[in-house]
Design a protein around this ligand. Structure first.
Ligand code: HEC
Ligand code: HEC
Ligand code: HEC
Ligand code: HEC
Ligand code: HEC
Ligand code: HEC
Length: 396
């Protein structure tokens, strides 16, 4: 895993243009409070190893570490559609050898190459669907560093931001992917010896607080105030105050300034409204939804917005972590999500019927809905299963 941080800064960009390139080492950001997941391994080995198996630790990897076997084999063509050829921001042509990082592996994979103009990384024009093994168009015209990191890295903070000059924003993070400190808070003091009480343990919080930590990333919003360095909307969350980063105990639902759309989180932005832009098609607004007032997602990473509609959440007795353990631990036994229902409901509910594939993540590929609606009647769209095969593993 790469431990790098990117500085998005007008001055840095000029420097890049002048000197040609930014070395990875120039992007390391040190925060005295954050120590990184590896620092936890010495004393929490079981926890660390089990976290390393989850996709939270695998989202962004170097090409050599994480590229899918089938993507390599089908790079030129999947038989019908040619693979990636050029980059989305600069339009420059790139080859497989030029790919530096891969993003995702379980549902789909996207490919990052250098953006020579900014010194950051831009996406290539195709994404690989892991289940169908087909190439699909992907047109995001922003650098990864300025558009996606909030939910795909740890300790992210905006260091400088001037709304009149979004090009001069500066953003940094302490660790790639969803590290230990995302859900437990910064660890420097704890690692030095303040053992009890210095780490935030979700198990000791209310069910709503447990769910809210996960919801910080497992939802879809649009921020109309903060813009990317390229001047586009960030597909992103509002940052806490400039210079600060999200802490697991923060009530981020209160951070949204006026004019920011957060369907279902703030009452003035209800589920049953059709939104514009990236939020279009956010929820399925068919007859079943209108009659029941239960809104299944039309897009992926909206589990929070679905779950807060459920009786499981509303009666305060359940959180995401009752069905999903982020890792094994001294006091944490592994839980298989789909096997939990029996424990409380006997044979009343079949998870496959109550949780049909709903939120689209790639062509004909969805994530299961989390509204837990007993009169669910929609047939399931295809979902992902099994483990992806990586190029590196196939060569062992
Ligand atoms: C030097 C050893 C050591 C290191 C390094 C360490 N821990 Fe701990 N941690 C402990 C001990 C000891 C406890 C308390 C023992 C217990 O009761 O389980 C603990 C407890 C915890 C708890 C439970 C706190 C509570 O109040 O319930 C969490 C969460 C935790 N550690 C997370 C982390 C994270 C995240 C890291 C890395 C940033 C880390 N630890 C690094 C030794 C360590
Ligand atoms: C910092 C953002 C972030 C937070 C906070 C977060 N997640 Fe995730 N989660 C992700 C991302 C990104 C992925 C996709 C990773 C991938 O596919 O490589 C993911 C994937 C998952 C998956 C499917 C993959 C797997 O390994 O099982 C589950 C289940 C999940 N998260 C549950 C949770 C729960 C429960 C919490 C709260 C305790 C939580 N997440 C908190 C970002 C986050
Ligand atoms: C609001 C948080 C958030 C933002 C912003 C975000 N993502 Fe994600 N993303 C997630 C979560 C959570 C998941 C996993 C759960 C799911 O898909 O339902 C995910 C899944 C993915 C996956 C699939 C992972 C896999 O293993 O197949 C890819 C690829 C991805 N995101 C890329 C991006 C890109 C590119 C951007 C920026 C354009 C972005 N994400 C912005 C939260 C976010
Ligand atoms: C009542 C149990 C339950 C609760 C509570 C729950 N989930 Fe799930 N979740 C499931 C089941 C079952 C699946 C499907 C797993 C499968 O297909 O094997 C799933 C799938 C997922 C996936 C896709 C990963 C996959 O393996 O397909 C993500 C991401 C996810 N849940 C995140 C969350 C988040 C975030 C929350 C809280 C907002 C949450 N879940 C609450 C039961 C639950
Ligand atoms: C996606 C959020 C998330 C991430 C990432 C995460 N944890 Fe946890 N952790 C939790 C939750 C939730 C609990 C509460 C356990 C439960 O009831 O499922 C927990 C509990 C713990 C505990 C106390 C319980 C015990 O007996 O072990 C320790 C220690 C811990 N985590 C350490 C770590 C370390 C070390 C890492 C990184 C290697 C890590 N966690 C990564 C969410 C997370
Ligand atoms: C820890 C116990 C527990 C687990 C595990 C659990 N549930 Fe529930 N479930 C409940 C409770 C409690 C309610 C709320 C009952 C009420 O308030 O009437 C509920 C409500 C529901 C409802 C709505 C019922 C209604 O009357 O509207 C559905 C559907 C449901 N659960 C499905 C599932 C599925 C599917 C799973 C597994 C993925 C699951 N549950 C796992 C405890 C659980």
């Amino acid at each position: 895993m790469r431990k790098a941080v990117f500085m998005v800064c007008g001055i840095a960009i000029l420097a890049v243009l002048a000197t040609g390139a930014v070395a990875d080492t120039d992007r390391t950001y040190k925060d005295a409070e954050y120590v990184g997941s590896k620092a936890c391994k010495a004393c929490h080995k079981v926890t660390y190893d089990s976290w390393a198996e989850t996709y939270h630790s695998k989202m962004v990897r170097t090409k050599d570490d994480g590229i899918l076997k089938a993507a390599v084999e089908k790079w030129d063509t999947d038989g019908t559609t040619p693979g990636p050829k050029k980059a989305n921001v600069t339009g420059k042509e790139f080859k497989l050898e030029d790919v530096q990082y891969v993003v995702g592996s379980y549902w789909k994979q996207r490919f990052l190459v250098k953006n020579e103009v900014t010194g950051f990384h831009q996406f290539m024009d195709k994404q690989f669907n892991r289940m169908s093994e087909k190439w699909e168009n992907y047109g995001n015209k922003n650098d990864w560093e300025t558009n996606c990191v909030t939910c795909h890295a740890t300790g992210v903070r905006i260091l400088e931001y001037d709304p009149k000059n979004p090009l001069a924003q500066k953003i940094a993070w302490t660790e790639e992917n969803t590290g230990c400190e995302t859900c437990h808070g910064p660890g420097a003091k704890h690692v030095k010896g303040d053992k009890k009480g210095s780490m935030w343990n979700p198990a000791k919080q209310s069910k709503a607080e447990q769910t809210r930590v996960c919801g910080y990333c497992h939802q879809r919003v649009e921020n109309e105030h903060y813009k990317t360095a390229q001047g586009n909307n960030r597909e992103d969350l509002p940052a806490p105050k400039i210079g600060e980063t999200f802490k697991p105990w923060d009530d981020w639902t209160k951070w949204y300034p006026e004019g920011v759309v957060i369907p279902g989180v703030q009452s003035e932005d209800p589920f049953n409204k059709e939104y514009a832009g990236d939020l279009k098609g956010l929820f399925i607004l068919d007859e079943l939804a209108m009659k029941s007032g239960v809104y299944d997602s039309g897009k992926h990473h909206q589990e929070f917005q679905e779950f807060i509609q459920s009786k499981h959440y509303k009666n305060g007795k359940m959180s995401c972590t009752d069905c999903h353990t982020p890792h094994k631990g001294k006091n944490i036994k592994p839980v298989v999500a789909k096997e939990t229902c029996k424990k409380c409901h006997g044979d009343t509910y079949d998870y496959a019927k109550i949780m049909p594939g709903s939120g689209s993540t790639a062509a004909n590929l969805t994530v299961r809905t989390h509204t837990f609606f007993k009169d669910q009647a929609r047939p399931s769209k295809p979902t992902a299963s099994g483990a992806p095969v990586l190029y590196k593993d196939s060569k062992k």
